[in-house]
Write a protein that binds this ligand. Structure first.
Ligand code: GLA
Length: 386
């Protein structure tokens, strides 16, 4: 992203002043989808595209914010009880509120920000925005005393309280903790994580974006979460001797035991989540052996589960998954919350050009427009640029 563009626009808009520049990335996820809010494992990494913001305290109690890409502005007072109406400003408002709840005295500031994470692609531009402001508020108003985990959790709380998406922690975690060239395996129950260097020789990761708008706000995302929670509660009711909070604490036997009392839909969804837990662990082992064929196999299984059992895919994503299979792509699946967005594809070098070309041509023939091809580069988490 071009820092000079952000600087120029900031100066033009805000009386020639100069602030600090902060950046936080979007993310990919190799495997482990819809497992985070079930206390399971995820395998994300930060990407090199994200949100960049120039921020400068203005010695008032007013926030003056400008979204460069949308050419839209918003203004509110630091202690306003009501959040601004415009969606993008709610993320900033929420982060300020969460920082205040942590005891940080946030003052007024001016900000202009821009991004190059495709919106609605399932790459979590919203987490990038949250973490970018988390890093900025931490630096400008908290003397960097807020931890990286607190920033990630403030981002998640912002989604829950101010945007209305009951998301897990994966996206904010990845945007905050990402490291160049490394994926991370996070245990969403204990919040322990490990870095996994990811540079598969002979393979590339590429996203193919359907450009079907992925909109978790008002999508059945929260319904899926409710299904999972109902099943976990049913198991907990049978096993008061155990500490069962999420599906992470449930076994296949537990599921069998309660299945008669569940709706077919809830059972199907819980079956996916338990299977996905096993698949992430299988992928970790495969990565340790350098067995990318196995990684790819698990990715296809995840797609099938997300599409048929969890029902968060869409026709365009299923189509791209089929194209990948037909082209001999090693692994392919829809990525992120679903209902649109992109597929993530693990592709052998010799297969790459043909796959990309075929995906573009076939998708265009079917849907009348080309999908967006996004090569994956694993980058660093949120930080101050200058
Ligand atoms: C969205 C949410 C995440 C996670 C994924 C699905 O990206 O923000 O918390 O649940 O969907 O894996």
């Amino acid at each position: 992203m071009d820092i000079e563009v952000v600087r120029k626009i900031f100066a033009k808009r805000f009386e020639g002043r100069k602030g600090n520049v902060y950046f936080a990335p979007g993310r990919i996820n190799l495997i482990g989808e819809h497992t985070d809010y079930n206390g399971g494992f995820v395998f994300p990494g930060a990407v090199t595209c994200g949100i960049m913001a120039e921020v400068c305290p203005n010695n008032t109690d007013i926030i003056r914010a400008y979204a460069i890409d949308l050419d839209d502005s918003a203004q509110w007072a630091v202690d306003d009880a009501e959040s601004p109406q415009v969606t993008w400003a709610k993320y900033i408002y929420g982060m300020i509120r969460e920082f205040q709840a942590l005891g940080v005295k946030v003052g007024g500031f001016d900000v202009a920000f821009a991004g190059d994470v495709p919106l609605g692609a399932g790459m979590s531009s919203s987490a990038a925005l949250e973490v970018c402001f988390g890093v900025a508020l931490n630096d400008l108003f908290a003397g960097n005393t807020i931890t990286t985990w607190q920033i990630a959790l403030a981002g998640q709380a912002t989604e829950h309280k101010y945007v209305g998406v009951k998301c897990g922690i994966m996206d904010q975690f990845a945007s905050a903790f990402g490291k160049k060239g490394q994926l991370m395996r996070l245990d969403c129950n204990s919040l322990e994580f490990e870095y996994y260097p990811f540079a598969p020789v002979g393979y590339k990761l590429v996203l193919v974006n359907t450009c079907v708008k992925h909109e978790l706000v008002g999508s059945p995302y929260n319904d899926r979460r409710c299904s999972c929670e109902r099943v976990a509660r049913a198991v907990a009711a049978k096993h008061t001797e155990r500490n069962i909070n999420t599906l992470r604490d449930c076994t296949w036997e537990d599921l069998q035991e309660v299945q008669a009392g569940l709706s077919a839909e809830d059972l199907q969804r819980a079956t996916f989540v338990l299977g996905e837990k096993d698949r992430v662990l299988a992928v970790c082992e495969a990565l340790q052996r350098g067995d990318y064929e196995e990684v790819g196999k698990q990715m296809y299984l995840t797609h099938e589960g997300l599409s048929k059992a969890y029902e968060v895919s869409c026709e365009e994503l299923d189509f791209l998954n089929q194209v990948a299979k037909a082209c001999g792509v090693t692994g392919s699946r829809m990525m992120g919350g679903g209902f649109g967005g992109c597929t993530i594809n693990l592709v052998k070098d010799e297969c790459y050009d043909n796959f990309v070309q075929t995906a573009i041509e076939n998708f265009k023939a079917r849907y009348g427009k080309a999908p967006q091809i996004i090569p994956v580069h694993i980058g660093d988490g949120g930080h101050k640029v200058c």
